[in-house]
Design a protein around this ligand. Structure first.
Ligand code: ATP
Length: 589
């Protein structure tokens, strides 16, 4: 029996009404057991407001304008009325529910919607492109709305406009899958392991549902499917790092300031994934050629930092130079003007062999077998040492060679996909100065500029991500550090995310002139963290009624387009920094 969409909508509604993650997991697990096996992937993607895993790049994101037109067509309300209700409600879903609830009897929905039909229609909406696509998309949405109950319409409209946000993090879905099909949410690590090396939530949940624990254990890394990257923790001295790693010989490596690439080679085919696992092959045709020419095995998955280099000296150039590659046109010119070098630092698949389980020292050896050392392809410089002073000196050397610092690695550690742990530890100079650290924050609003900035934005309201509450909380208002180019570029980048009202997942006390849905992430540096009555990050966590904010924030020039809103610095990290800072300010006596 095909799953009715009304049941899905009821499940969503139930999930929305509970705030305990435990209960959410329970409700989801119970529901997952009822979904027919072949419909599990559709259901799972939809709970995330998606149609396919992110790395396949299937985007829904129907614009507000089209959504309102469809609503007005399906409900019989005028376009003005539909907009008025939307602005009042501040949410397209609630507006849809209200408007369709007022439909006259004659237009009451006729055919029961199924999960499959909703999914297939949304897929068509996403896939229509080119001439006439606006009309076709709208027709598809109106047809769904015509058969939808008000509650169903609420969730359909939130999904098509990309604002579903049930608060079901990937991990909650993995928990629920473990509970539903392995009998206990404590079994999540098994499901999670599979997800980390094959981050297709629909596929993983369906595999555990159909094949159980043994089935997901058989999932292996696969060329063409990106692996969630291993991430680094941070400490502020080589000595602290040595202590943490147990005073043994570690591998200290240059931390290059470029873009992380996960490189999948399958015969002559090369696919490049970004840090957030998007396909970015077209940005680097030269990297593709370098891989085809200099990587020995027929199949391989490798990680490298791509850095722009001075063609005359081979020196590393700053990160900004790479950004010329982001232009849609003119990649060829950028390639000639800003050549790149691939600096390899890991290997996950060598030929047919999955080497993620091997110790780093063995992987590094494999890497030197796999990569032909040329001017443009090389292994990241590395030093084996157990002496803090030697490591500090190596860091100075790295910095003077244009790097950010070091990544110190535990030579005994396997590749821990998706984990930020102390097997990799960043050591950057900034962390050693008392109160300076960079943060990656989501832009949630802006204030109009004056004087030289008339016509652009003068300052931006920035947010940290509160993972526990799935909310973006304001932490700083920043106006310095922007060049003229930034002042014209950033508003353009923000344009698609503009919002008339405060987005539902944003918490702020300030009222900027314009709100933005939290997508764009920029890097800022600040002198310290302070308690603030007007910001909401970590509100009440240090002192009742007060949040944390940045003192003297400054834009560093980096738009982190390799990060999503959710990858912004988290409230937990900021609290950690605040507490760390306190220790430092109090200092050893
Ligand atoms: P940051 O903002 O400091 O770049 P991040 O959140 O993007 O951090 P982290 O895991 O904290 O990611 O830092 C590791 C990043 O450093 C990697 O994503 C990679 O792009 C870069 N990097 C540069 N050199 C190395 C190296 N030798 N080994 C691993 N990562 C490296």
């Amino acid at each position: 029996m095909a799953m009715e969409f009304s049941k899905v909508a009821e499940c969503y509604s139930k999930i929305e009404s509970i705030s305990s993650r435990n209960q959410m997991t329970g409700v989801l697990a119970e529901f997952l057991r009822k979904v027919p096996m072949d419909e599990i992937p559709c259901f799972v993607y939809l709970t995330q407001g998606k149609l396919r895993p992110d790395y396949e790049g299937v985007e829904l994101g129907v614009a507000e304008k089209m959504a309102l037109r469809a609503l007005s067509a399906a409900s019989g309300a005028t376009a003005e009325k539909a907009r008025e209700i939307y602005v009042k409600e501040g949410d397209i879903g609630s507006a849809a529910e209200l408007l369709l609830g007022r439909r006259s009897q004659g237009t009451l929905y006729s055919e029961q919607l199924t999960l499959r039909r909703v999914y297939d229609s949304l897929m068509k909406v996403a896939r229509h492109s080119g001439e006439g696509s606006v009309e076709s998309k709208q027709k598809e949405i109106v047809s769904l709305l015509n058969d939808a109950s008000p509650l169903e319409a609420k969730y359909i409209m939130r999904t098509v406009t990309g604002v579903l946000r049930l608060g079901l993090a990937d991990y909650t879905v993995l928990d629920a899958a473990a509970l539903a099909f392995l009998g206990d949410r404590k079994e999540r690590p098994k499901v999670e392991r599979a997800y980390n090396i094959h981050p297709d939530l629909g596929f993983v949940v369906q595999t555990v549902a159909s094949k159980g624990a043994a089935g997901i254990q058989r999932i292996r890394v696969k060329v063409g499917v990106p692996i969630r990257p291993m991430l680094a923790e941070r400490l502020d001295s080589a000595e602290a790092i040595m202590k943490k790693m147990g005073e043994k010989k570690v591998a200290a490596e240059y931390k290059l300031d470029g873009e992380r690439l996960q490189i999948h080679k399958d015969g002559k085919t090369v696919v490049l994934f970004s840090r957030r696992l998007e396909v970015i092959t077209s940005h680097y045709p030269d990297a593709v050629r370098l891989v085809q020419e200099n990587i020995a095995p027929d199949a391989a998955i490798l990680e490298a930092e791509v850095v722009a280099v001075n063609p005359d000296t081979g020196e590393y150039l700053p990160f900004q130079e790479l950004m010329h590659r982001r232009r849609k046109y003119g990649v060829e010119e950028a390639m000639a003007q800003y050549p790149i070098a691939l600096n390899f630092f890991d290997v996950l698949l060598e030929g047919t062999k999955d080497v993620t389980g091997e110790a780093y020292s063995a992987r590094r050896k494999a890497l030197s077998r796999v990569v032909k050392n040329t001017e443009r392809t090389r292994l990241v410089p590395s030093l084996g040492s157990s002496r803090p002073q030697e490591i500090e000196d190596f860091m100075e050397e790295a910095i003077s060679n244009g790097c950010e610092g070091l990544v110190v690695k535990d030579p005994g550690s396997p590749y821990r996909a998706g984990a930020r742990e102390f097997a990799w530890i960043k050591l950057k100079r900034e962390y050693r100065s008392e109160l300076a650290d960079t943060m990656d924050l989501a832009v949630i609003g802006a204030f109009h500029g004056k004087g030289r900035r008339t016509g652009s934005y003068g300052t931006y309201l920035l947010a940290a991500y509160d993972q526990e509450r799935a909310l973006y909380t304001s932490v700083a208002k920043v106006g310095t550090g922007f060049t003229d180019e930034d002042l014209s570029r950033i508003p353009k980048l923000l344009k698609p995310y503009g919002s008339k009202v405060r987005p539902a997942d944003v918490e702020a006390k300030m009222e900027p002139d314009v709100w933005f849905r939290p997508h764009l992430v920029i890097e800022v540096i600040a002198s310290e963290l302070t308690l603030s009555p007007i910001h909401t990050a970590a509100i009440g966590r240090v002192r009742p009624g007060a949040g944390l904010s940045l003192r003297f924030p400054k834009f560093t020039g980096k738009v982190r387009d390799d990060k999503r809103g959710e990858d912004a610095t988290t409230v937990a990290e900021i609290l950690g920094m605040y507490n760390g800072q306190l220790k430092k300010v109090a200092g050893p006596r």
